[in-house]
Design a protein around this ligand. Sequence first.
Ligand SMILES: *Cc1c(COP(=O)(O)O)cnc(C)c1O
Length: 372
Amino acid sequence: MWQAEVRVDLDAIRANVTRLRSGTSAELMAVVKGDGYGHGMVPSARAALDAGADWLGVCTLDEALTLRRAGITVPVLAWLLDPGLPLHEGVAAGVDLAAASLSQLDEMVAAGRAADRPARLHLKIDTGLSRGGATVADWPTLLEAAAKAQADGLVEVVGVWSHFVYADSPGHPTTDRQLAVFHEGLAMVDRAGLRPRYRHLANSAATLTRPDTHFDLVRPGIAVYGLSPIAGQQFGLRRAMTARARVMLTKRVPAGTGVSYGHTYTTEGEANLAVVPLGYADGVPRHASNVGPVQLGGKRRTISGRVCMDQFVLDCGADEVAAGDVATLFGSGDDGMPTADDWAEAVGTINYEIVTRFGGVRVPRIYDGERP
Ligand SMILES: *Cc1c(COP(=O)(O)O)cnc(C)c1O
């Protein structure tokens, strides 16, 4: 028995990785940060590897070590590393680390010493996002220090990389500018005497639309889970996550009945109200109040009134909807079912945030498709 569940179709993840692989000759890093964008990190990673992903990408050291503890041995890159972390544990576990500053490089040299093997590094250049990465001005100094550490056998520079600002807007001039800066950065890498095996830049959007940015490795995240980074274009991807719940209670109320906190919704006619046991504690955005789409009884409906912590209400009008019926918030999009894209549009966010929110502990995550 279940009252609410998030279903994840591992075969869809496999199909998406196959689709992404077919569009590139580069190696493929499936990005599984954020608990696999809410889909479950380890099962998502295994499905992606099953379909031929070569690498896994995560943010934190802890995510990388969790993959290793699960027995996953493929190359893993971790790129969000605060000062003072036990990086030697990552080095000992064969986790590749992203470095963007001299102090990070120093920590990675020390981690290599502690682990008794050189840290494998991916040097990051900031080509315009102004988030991670060394500025172009600081890049030569970082390269020089990294080249020296490599010559001393203290680190191994495996990769050079950067991240896009605007790849989700095809044709945006910022993408071309960033690509040009990346090429300049690579020329400096060459002049510093470094010959990293992997140059990488492309997220999902660039993997799908800009083959000239693929270099040696692409890093798709959202597309692995079947969601498009570019609104309105699906690229043959299959959405992997479905969020649904069984109606807890229905009741008939007269016209003019205020519904949920603050009575921001009032029934127009006599109505059959359905109470659905999912709320903002489970990932339903409170901004979905009066706008979130839900499929119930073969029809697409809209949340009536405020989303509460644990539940929301649907005005089903005269329709015969009963307790136990399945209300689908989003899923594949087949048969008129709403999608994470519809939810993103309704609440003014991106599909990434919708699925990632549904990674909580209260709602069980059920896997469909073959378990690798
Ligand atoms: C999250 C992330 C990705 C994947 O981005 P998508 O848009 O989900 O494909 C790639 N690279 C870096 C550095 C990231 O942080």
